[in-house]
Design a binder for this molecule. Structure first.
Ligand code: PGA
Length: 259
């Protein structure tokens, strides 16, 4: 049974003070939670986030990394620097970085390998644009991204990767893929992993859905056979809404108890 992953992506939001306030409330709301809860925060918030979540069940990740260990790369943060301060997760290949920072699949592939070499689990994002979906080539796009992004990655690393299927038309738009469509895409990703790495790895890899996940749709999405949790943007910014998403299964129990 795969443990669910509930990951937040704050993008370019929240200062270190906001970060301390967030965890000041959030930690208590999820202290009984057994899922893998990860908050991917801006670099400037990492220190405050690590400090605020010490001795809790909450993990801190980043939203990007540079695959080089050090060098003349103004403004970048290296994989080694993140390893040294105890970061264990990073989003890699988010569509916003692919779109606004021209990150290619080759570059994403380098980052994934570097992350594993430095004991950081990548949360790899893949997904199609609305144009590609309307053209009927969404599946091909996803398969090409998986093949290129994981090229040459050994199975012992591949089994630990977290992959987020994020249809670009659903990110920050309030439009969510239907639970059936989201599940079908997550299944497609798992089948591709099966072809590349075999059954054991495919059954171990966690595949998340991302794109306008909210407290009101988390339960139906995360209840699907191939969706192992979510990557949450906007709804991860407030402790209450992100806790409701992380506690999606407890919520149903409470309703059940009330009836
Ligand atoms: P959203 O973002 O939940 O605000 O749609 C998801 C993401 O970009 O990871």
């Amino acid at each position: 049974m795969r443990n669910k992953v509930i990951a937040g992506n704050w993008k370019m939001n929240h200062s270190p003070i906001d970060t301390r306030n967030f965890f000041g409330k959030f930690n208590d709301l999820v202290k009984e939670n057994n899922h893998e809860i990860i908050l991917c925060v801006p670099y400037i918030d990492v220190a405050a986030a690590l400090e605020s979540t010490e001795n809790t069940n909450i993990k801190i990740g980043t939203q990007n990394l540079n695959h080089e260990v050090a060098g003349a790369l103004t403004g970048d943060v290296s994989v080694k620097m993140l390893e040294d301060i105890g970061i264990k997760y990073s989003v890699i290949g988010h569509s916003e970085r692919r779109q606004y920072h021209n990150e290619t699949d080759d570059f994403v592939n380098l980052k994934i390998k570097a992350a594993f070499d430095h004991d950081i689990v990548p949360i790899l994002c893949v997904g199609e644009t609305l144009y590609e979906r309307e053209l009927g080539i969404a599946k091909e796009k996803i398969i090409i991204q998986i093949r290129k992004d994981l090229e040459g990655l050994p199975a012992n690393f591949a089994r630990k990767i977290i992959i987020a299927y994020e249809p670009i038309w659903a990110i920050g738009t309030g439009k969510t893929a239907s639970k059936e469509d989201a599940n079908e895409a997550c299944k497609l990703i798992r089948e591709e992993i099966r072809k590349m790495y075999g059954n054991d790895v495919a059954e171990e890899v966690r595949v998340l859905y991302g794109g306008s996940v909210k407290p009101t749709n988390a339960q139906e999405l995360f209840g699907m056979s191939d969706i192992d949790g979510g990557l949450v943007g906007g709804a991860s910014l407030e402790p209450d809404s992100f806790a409701q998403i992380a506690n999606f299964d407890k919520f149903s129990m409470n309703i059940g108890e009330m009836i």
